[in-house]
Design a protein around this ligand. Structure first.
Ligand code: HEC
Ligand code: HEC
Length: 439
């Protein structure tokens, strides 16, 4: 008799708990309570009704297990919340001098790729993979593969072409001197790309006197010396040889970057760890075209009149109002259509195709000699745009014509190139855009 009353009472409480769970919008704690009480009730019924004992006991058992899981998942997040966040995941804010070599190298890898262990991705703040290959066997005319760079750097400084420079700029700044060691050569490559141009990789038409690589310590990339130290540490460490001490790398950067040009470490602290965003970088319809250009790194390779993209020298100046109609009317483009490679029938389709499938048609002056079927532009932009973002960007690029490029001093031969004063101002504009667009 007593047992009967207890069982009914538990059943009633379980029922109330279920109602509370349903009306309170499904809190897991109420659910857990209801399930646990129900389990007890069903088990009790099993005890009272011998004929249905087997089935009631198994139903009770499953309800009990569900109740335990529900209370466990309710308890779990609270415990997790007390675990401190994985601070210093990429070592931001800590001086390179105070970091173990492998942590510092990891930070460098994050800055280059935006992730660790894959050696691919362009989501890192440094954006190096937009142009450089890092694995054995990747050959591109865009930029030298950086595999083996520590050894090669030591040879470069003894190269007669290095010792007798014939480039548009031969010193990082007046009186800086030139590199004498591998560590210095790498630091100089990053801060003064024009100081030495690897044969065959110069800006088109410059006779290898000018480098298309941006100065990495200046906007839009603007890595701090601490970040550059991390990058170089990774370049050395991954080859398995000796990693130069931080003090030696720092001294090299201080040789080539005057104090006024050193990016503020404060900026580094404000940026996410290692400069890497959480997920893959995607341009959406919410982004302004100018921001997309900065965010997706088009600025590294293209000059785009009316925007902060003033120095990209790997690809053509983007004046699609002028270029796109000429391209689709050209015999070269028609040949690609006949070959089933290109498909655009309107200027807008041409621009979108150029972005998402650059090898469909390669602008004749930019065909890579060693790899004529493959564009020097990155192949994976198609995965990094929403349709609205592409649509907006295409309209924007199609609004720019040759006259805008002449006005902005981007057409060599039509007007003088931007002078260095303008260059700094334009870089500041570029950086402002980059800061908005980059997470
Ligand atoms: C816009 C394309 C571009 C980007 C982005 C770029 N580079 Fe370069 N880089 C080049 C080109 C082209 C060369 C070869 C011409 C020269 O010597 O300057 C080069 C040369 C170098 C060299 C000298 C290579 C050698 O064999 O002597 C190093 C080192 C280097 N880059 C490192 C980097 C790192 C690290 C980053 C990212 C922080 C980076 N680059 C970003 C285009 C780029
Ligand atoms: C690594 C360097 C690189 C990057 C980054 C890059 N491009 Fe290019 N782009 C090129 C090269 C080289 C060409 C010429 C070869 C070709 O036609 O594929 C080109 C061609 C183009 C063309 C065709 C131009 C014409 O006049 O016919 C368009 C449009 C274009 N790029 C847009 C973009 C946009 C938009 C971005 C950023 C989302 C971008 N590119 C990023 C190197 C680059």
């Amino acid at each position: 008799m007593i047992l009967g009353k207890v069982g009914l009472a538990i059943g009633t409480v379980a029922g109330i708990a279920f109602i509370r769970w349903a009306t309170s919008g499904g809190g897991t704690l109420n659910l857990a309570l209801a399930l646990l009480l129900t389990a007890v009730f069903v088990m009790w019924l099993g005890y009272m009704i011998p004929r249905a004992r087997m089935i009631l006991v198994s139903v009770g058992f499953f309800t009990l297990m569900s109740g335990i899981f529900a209370s466990y998942s309710n308890w779990l997040p609270q415990v997790r919340g007390e675990v401190p966040p994985p601070a210093e995941a990429a070592g931001s804010g800590v001086k390179p001098e105070d970091m173990p070599v492998d942590k510092l190298a990891e930070k460098g890898e994050m800055i280059i790729f935006g992730n660790i262990g894959t050696q691919q991705g362009t989501e890192g703040k440094g954006q190096c993979p937009l142009c450089h290959g890092f694995k054995k066997g990747i050959v591109s005319e865009r930029a030298p593969n950086l595999m083996g760079i520590p050894t090669r750097a030591g040879e470069r400084v003894k190269d007669p072409r290095y010792l007798k420079p014939d480039t548009i700029q031969t010193e990082a700044f007046s009186g800086s001197g030139r590199a004498t060691t591998a560590v210095e050569y790498i630091a100089e490559s990053h801060s003064c790309p024009n100081c030495f141009v690897v044969a065959g990789y110069g800006v088109k038409g410059s006779n290898d006197r000018e480098s298309p690589m941006p100065m990495i310590h200046k906007p839009p990339t603007q890595l701090t010396i601490d970040e550059l130290i991390a990058v170089d540490t990774w370049l050395f460490q991954r080859e398995g040889g000796d990693v130069p001490p931080v003090s030696e790398i720092r001294a090299a950067y201080e040789k080539f970057i005057p104090p006024a040009d050193r990016a503020e470490p404060v900026k580094e602290a404000a940026a996410p760890a290692g400069g890497a965003p959480a997920g893959p970088m995607i341009a959406t319809g919410a982004d302004k075209p100018e921001d997309i250009i900065m965010k997706m790194g088009c600025v590294a390779c293209h000059k785009i009149p009316t925007t902060g993209a003033k120095f990209g020298a790997v690809g053509p100046v983007l004046i699609e109002k002028t270029n796109a109609p000429k391209r689709i009317a050209s015999s070269e483009y028609k040949a690609r259509i006949r070959a089933g490679k290109a498909h655009a029938t309107t200027v807008k389709e041409y621009v979108i195709e150029s972005i998402v499938n650059p090898s469909a048609f390669i602008v004749p002056d930019y065909v890579q000699k060693s790899n004529p079927e493959v564009s020097a532009m990155l192949p994976d932009f198609g995965k990094k745009f929403t349709y609205e973002a592409l649509d907006k960007l295409a309209d924007f690029l199609l609004s720019i014509d040759e006259a805008a490029a002449v006005k902005d001093g981007m057409m060599p031969g039509k007007k003088a190139e931007v002078d260095s004063g303008d260059r700094t101002a334009a870089m500041a504009v570029a950086h402002a855009g980059y800061a908005i667009a980059s997470r």
